[in-house]
Design a protein around this ligand. Structure first.
Ligand SMILES: NC(=O)c1ccc[n+]([C@@H]2O[C@H](COP(=O)([O-])OP(=O)(O)OC[C@H]3O[C@@H](n4cnc5c(N)ncnc54)[C@H](O)[C@@H]3O)[C@@H](O)[C@H]2O)c1
Length: 352
């Protein structure tokens, strides 16, 4: 293997261009080709980076020497394209959600095992310093007994956003609405920090947009470790407000707001125990990230994607496992599909 890994991108829309920027920012990576079924989309991105453009994924695979292919196409195409690329012997980085049904994900996991290539699934906020810090503290059991974990995603997407791609807000290709597309990031973090979800009850609605899928959802959760939790999410909260992830335990609490650690208090750092009624609020610990994706889907920073692609390069070089592999990426999709089932059946859903 050469020192520099050669990358191809499939899907040159909103997120495809973030992948191109992220690859270009990494010393061990080189973008060599891009593909999109819309020739102008492929050509535009190809010209920007001086690489070859294709309108057909198979043709790109046949003609190019590539080690890694990044799939940035509508979610309902991920299984078909990931399996095609893996069978060609290339490693895959696929965008979230890994796929929109569990049988499709299981097929991807099977082909990954069969071919022995690496499969990474984008969940870029796992690489945020705040998330990493809270995860390390969870591993150290610094929060004590985890009791409550919450996610709040009060985002805004206009009708024009949903109308900007025929696949958006459809069951067949988006696989859902605010949960499967936008909130999957926070739901992935919640279950990474709190542990697996065991059962849930939920409501969903479509109140502020013309689309097939939900634009508002609430769920109550019971985690495998006995802790409880909630998910509340919408793309109908104008103009888009702070995303919150909260982890509460009997020896400490943490709150992440828009990817930053807004609150952290651990019993182990207290000089004296807080009284019977607890401590008052502490100062915020904000840095300069604005959380702009709450209002504008294209206002993404490349930082998380670059870190995750670097993690994949490490996994390939060391023959290790990427932090978010196909198996890890299955969990948040299972939770989201459980929420849809509970909302539909008005029953509690127990996850496997
Ligand atoms: N990680 C994140 O923060 C993030 C943000 C946005 C989107 N996404 C994910 O990225 C994926 C794409 O979303 P987007 O917002 O970039 O969509 P988009 O509509 O802006 O871009 C999709 C591109 O794929 C092309 N395409 C469609 N079918 C194709 C095919 N069969 N072969 C090749 N190209 C094809 C389209 O022409 C379009 O250019 C989705 O899975 C979405 O969930 C992730």
């Amino acid at each position: 293997m050469t020192n520099t890994l050669r990358f191809g991108i499939v899907g040159c829309g909103v997120i495809g261009s973030i992948h191109a920027q992220a690859i270009a920012s990494l010393p061990g990576a080189q973008l060599v080709a891009v593909a999109d079924i819309i020739p102008e989309n492929a050509q535009k991105l190809a010209s920007k980076y001086g690489v070859r453009a294709y309108t057909n994924l198979q043709e790109m695979l046949d003609r190019e020497t590539l080690e890694v292919v990044n799939l940035c196409t509508p979610s309902g195409y991920h299984k078909e394209q990931t399996c095609l690329v893996m069978r060609s012997g290339r490693h895959v980085i696929v965008e979230k959600p890994v796929e929109i049904t569990l049988p499709a994900i299981d097929e991807m996991l099977r082909v990954q095992q069969e071919t022995g290539v690496k499969l990474a699934v984008i969940s870029q906020h796992r690489f945020d310093p705040a998330t990493q810090q809270v995860h390390e503290l969870v591993e150290e059991q610094a929060f004590g007994r985890l009791v409550l974990g919450n996610v709040l995603v009060p985002w805004w997407r206009s009708q024009a956003y949903y109308d900007s791609g025929a696949w958006r807000g459809t069951w067949a290709l988006d696989g859902g609405g605010v949960l499967m597309n936008q909130s999957i990031h926070s739901i992935d973090l919640l279950q990474w920090l709190m542990g697996p979800v065991k059962s849930l009850c939920a409501y969903t609605g479509r109140l502020a947009h013309r689309m097939e899928t939900e634009d508002v959802a609430v769920a109550v959760l019971r985690f495998a470790n006995g802790a409880l939790g909630t998910i509340a999410a919408t793309t109908g909260a104008y103009p888009g407000v702070t995303t919150r992830i909260e982890v509460f335990g009997d020896k400490g609490s943490a709150i992440i707001e828009n990817d930053n650690l807004a609150y952290l208090h651990l019993a182990r750092d207290d000089k004296e125990e807080v009284g019977a009624y607890g401590a008052g609020p502490k100062d915020s610990k904000k840095d300069d990230d604005t959380g702009a994706t709450a209002t504008d889907p294209a206002a993404l920073s490349i930082r998380g994607h670059a870190l995750q692609i670097a993690d994949m390069i490490r996994a390939i070089r060391e023959d290790g496992t990427p932090l978010v592999d196909g198996r890890a990426a299955r969990h948040p999709v299972e939770v989201i599909l459980g929420i849809y089932e509970s909302a539909r059946t008005h029953q509690e859903v127990v996850l496997s």
